[in-house]
Ligand binder design. Structure first.
Ligand SMILES: Cc1cc2nc3c(=O)[nH]c(=O)nc-3n(C[C@H](O)[C@H](O)[C@H](O)COP(=O)(O)O)c2cc1C
Length: 192
């Protein structure tokens, strides 16, 4: 039987050089615990996103979120592709949206939303939570179901929670979780 501890061992990045604990410990699980996320932690997690850098300080992001007990939760799940429905174990789902234009100017939306999401993810990790981002969902369905403000374009859905008890996971999902994490090494070049 696989335990959460064993999954963590498999998923740990084993960096070649020292990095901060949140980076060393982070990975994107597909299996979450029922444990609720504390309100004050939710506030801190979004606060981390709020203080992310952005082009012209336009902050071109917007987050909608729901807890498992909210009626919106299953609506969000219904927008995910079948492949991503593992997210239904997460106690919290966040819809991260980008804002393409602000004050008539095109924003650096993808870059800036990525920065805000990464701040959120690392703050969550710092507080003992894990996140998995999912770009594969039915955006039109989500917009229709929620009637989101037109300026806010859903870009990724984030599943957030404590790591699940992997003893209870089904075999198919466990197989996906046991995939080793691979990283390319050739991505930095010092210029003359
Ligand atoms: C923009 C974005 C979209 C993603 N979409 C999906 C997705 O639809 N389904 C999924 O299972 N994982 C998705 N992921 C998670 C990546 O597959 C994962 O981050 C990657 O494999 C690296 O694994 P790690 O986060 O554990 O390091 C997405 C991640 C990002 C940043």
């Amino acid at each position: 039987m696989t335990t959460a501890g064993e999954i963590i061992k498999i998923k740990k990045p084993r960096p070649d050089y020292p990095v901060i604990a949140e980076i060393a410990n982070r990975f994107s699980p597909r299996y979450f615990s029922d444990e609720k996320v504390k309100s004050r932690d939710i506030d801190s997690i979004f606060e981390a996103a709020r203080f992310a850098p952005s082009g012209w300080n336009f902050q071109p992001w917007y987050f909608y979120w729901a807890k498992k007990e909210d009626k919106s939760y299953n609506k969000i799940i219904s927008c995910l592709t079948k492949y991503n429905r593992f997210a239904k174990t997460a106690p919290i789902l966040i819809v991260a949206c980008l804002i393409k234009k602000f004050k008539g100017k095109k924003t650096y939306y993808r870059h800036d939303l990525g920065a805000a999401v990464m701040s959120l993810v690392l703050q969550a990790q710092h507080l003992g939570y894990y996140c998995r981002q999912m770009g594969d969902f039915n955006k039109n369905k989500l917009i229709t179901l929620f009637n989101f403000d037109k300026a806010n374009n859903p870009f990724v859905i984030i599943a957030l929670g404590k790591l699940g008890n992997y003893r209870n996971i089904d075999d198919g999902l466990l197989k996906r979780e046991l995939d080793p994490r691979q990283r390319k090494k050739d991505f930095v070049k010092k210029l003359d």
